[in-house]
Design a protein around this ligand. Structure first.
Ligand code: GN1
Ligand code: MG
Length: 377
């Protein structure tokens, strides 16, 4: 029977939505899927004769992504580019609507929906249980970067403007502090002070980009571990998912964000701050995987700031979580009223540990880089 999901006060009949797309079979079940903070994701199972089929159905958060048309065009351009050049690549593909569009707009509920093919051989991990998983994640994100090396970044629309522009993030954070919309600054005084004391981090990479020293490439920009699919049976890298923020950016954002999430000894929601640190073994594993495909394309500035990029993106997300807390929780999904403050504290704890370990991280990057380059020569 048809499942229905509660959408705030409106019950959305999922089958009606799903039938707008060129999908096979009759609907068997719809279940919430994954742990994204922005979109609502569902796994849909159908039966096509005696064949079971699976799809990913998503309601796109149009308060975060204003231009859904451009967002979906970006995804289409990138996936078709990769598949035309490397036909063996496994990617979630857009399933079009019956009238050949990349998304369906449900006027009555003011909601935007899309469907992707489901990669059945793949599995995502929220946390690392074996260091090799993180090496494989590095391979997956590094390979994507390499595959997109000759893709024209100017053909992509910036789906969220200045997404990783840390300097602008800092300005917006200070504005959130000044406005104090949710009247919460007194609850986060220590965190605000700490983040403002690290203001000098904010412009390091944006200044290098402005000076033309760090190139703009096509980057994924949301390289969390759970955006990689590993092969269920072999454990090898299979596919990268969630191309919502694929747009012009620096390779440092992809490396830094992956480390921020995957090399932490605890999750983003950890409230026992003593449990949070940067695991250097995991750091090295990801670095090896990522540099396998990217060492050759890096310039000296990118290489020099690789380790720092982990601090930068951790700093940036601390500011984003705290800004959202101060603005009254309007951006990230939350599970309790302190969730964004707790997330901020967890990121700050990680950042402090990264600051202590920066020299060791730099040593690892240089060692792994030299080894990769030596193998090539
Ligand atoms: C959001 O929805 P999800 O989990 O893929 C966010 C990322 C953050 C991440 C933190 C569009 O990603 O930037 O790093 O949460 N995505 C957007 O977990 O803001
Ligand atoms: Mg995601």
């Amino acid at each position: 029977m048809l499942s229905v999901k509660k959408d705030k006060n409106v019950l959305v009949p999922m089958e009606k939505i799903f039938k707008q797309f060129k999908v096979k079979g009759s609907l068997v079940s719809v279940n919430e899927y994954g742990n994204g903070y922005i979109n609502d994701t569902f796994l849909v199972e159908t039966k096509n004769g005696s064949n079971p089929e699976k799809y990913i159905l998503q309601r796109i958060n149009h308060k975060v992504f204003f231009n859904i048309e451009a967002l979906m065009n970006n995804i289409e351009k990138v996936t078709s580019f990769v598949l035309s050049k490397y036909p063996d690549t496994v990617l979630q593909q857009i399933i079009k609507t019956n009238d050949n569009k990349n998304y369906f707009f449900d006027k009555i509920n003011n909601a935007y929906w899309r469907v992707f093919s489901f990669v059945d051989d793949g599995v995502t991990h929220e946390y690392i249980t074996d260091v090799n998983q993180f090496y494989e994640a590095g391979i997956a994100f590094g390979l994507l970067q390499r595959q997109l090396d000759d893709f024209d970044s100017s053909s992509l629309v910036e789906t969220i403007k200045d997404f990783h522009h840390t300097e602008k993030r800092y300005q917006r954070f200070c504005k959130a502090v000044d406005r104090d919309l949710a009247q919460r600054t007194h609850l986060a005084a220590e965190e605000i002070k700490f983040l403002q004391s690290r203001e000098h981090y904010a412009s390091v990479v944006t200044d290098l980009i402005a000076a033309g020293k760090i190139p703009i490439r096509v980057t994924h920009n949301d390289t969390k571990l759970n955006n990689v699919l590993l092969n269920k049976r072999t454990g090898k890298a299979l596919s990268v998912v969630d191309f919502d923020t694929i747009m012009p950016g620096s390779i440092l954002y992809d490396f830094g964000d992956a480390i921020r999430y995957g090399a932490s000894t605890a999750g983003e929601d950890e409230t026992n701050l003593g449990k949070i640190s940067l695991d250097l073994v995991l750091f090295e594993a990801f670095t090896k995987g990522f540099l396998k495909h990217t060492a050759e394309i890096l310039n000296e500035y990118e290489l020099k700031y690789f380790a720092f990029s982990a601090l930068l993106i951790t700093y940036e997300l601390s500011m984003r979580f705290l800004s959202d807390y101060l603005n009254g929780d309007i951006y990230f999904k939350i599970k309790n009223e302190n969730h964004n403050l707790e997330r901020t504290r967890a990121q700050i704890a990680l950042l402090k540990d990264m600051e202590n370990k920066l020299p060791e991280m730099e040593e690892i990057i240089n060692r792994v880089y030299l080894l990769k380059m030596k193998k090539r020569s």
